[in-house]
Design a protein around this ligand. Structure first.
Ligand code: 3NM
Length: 217
């Protein structure tokens, strides 16, 4: 069950603080560049930074454009920052608790890695459902093998009739991204491939390949 239907744009860019540091990028500069390129949905992921730094980065990103900004893991930070939502994983607060913290309007997203998890997720008060890792990824040790486009198709088959958008994540590159949308995903969620070279230019290439990224509700 969801609080209200949302529309996810084709590109959902994740600003991962560690991935930015490892590739020589400044997270805030990347976020500003993505928004200049036209990215309308961003996630701030800071596994190695504390809540205060995550809050500061979230607020700073929110001043660099008008993308919806989702905070990874921390519903408390999302609420205090008046962010656009929170994204939780299987080991974080359950979506119902995250929803209780952020309130009815901000988005609550949930990561899933199996058909069973996706089925259960659809009973939760989520705004969108993430499925992955679609392909092998070096960015996160998910503990799950690559699920492939077949699971994306099956999850879309479950979620679409319920009006829940599906976001695909894990190992998605500029080359692979169109195939992921063709499999039925509403969005591709990307970390490392957006940091290849000039991040703003790379985001522009993704948007050109995937279509418009207009911000909607
Ligand atoms: N979550 P990249 S895979 C953060 O399967 C994350 O839930 C995943 O990074 C999941 O685009 C992943 O560099 C890493 O592969 C995505």
């Amino acid at each position: 069950m969801i609080e209200g239907r949302v529309t996810c744009p084709p590109l959902y860019a994740v600003i991962d603080v560690d991935a930015c540091a490892h590739s020589g990028h400044d997270a805030l500069t990347v976020a500003a560049g993505f928004q200049r390129a036209g990215v309308s949905l961003l996630q701030i992921r800071g596994k190695s930074i504390g809540a205060a730094a995550l809050f500061d980065l979230t607020r700073a990103v929110m001043t660099t454009g008008n993308a919806r900004v989702i905070v990874n893991d921390r519903a408390d930070v999302a609420r205090l920052a008046h962010a656009g939502g929170v994204h939780v994983g299987q080991d974080d607060l359950p979506p119902s608790d995250a929803r209780a913290i952020v309130g009815p309007e901000p988005w609550v997203g949930l990561s899933t890695h199996t058909l069973e998890q996706a089925t259960q997720a659809l009973e939760e008060p989520i705004s969108y459902l993430a499925v992955g890792p679609v392909f092998d990824t070096g960015t996160k040790l998910t503990g799950y093998d690559a699920v492939g486009l077949d699971l994306v198709r099956r999850v879309v088959g479950l979620a679409r009739p319920r009006g829940v958008p599906v976001v695909a994540i894990g190992g998605i590159t500029l080359e692979r991204a169109p195939r992921v949308l063709e499999a039925g995903a509403d969005s591709v969620c990307v970390i490392s491939d957006l940091l290849r070279g000039d991040a703003e230019a790379r985001a522009g290439k993704f948007l050109a390949a995937l279509g418009p990224n207009l911000r909607r509700s």
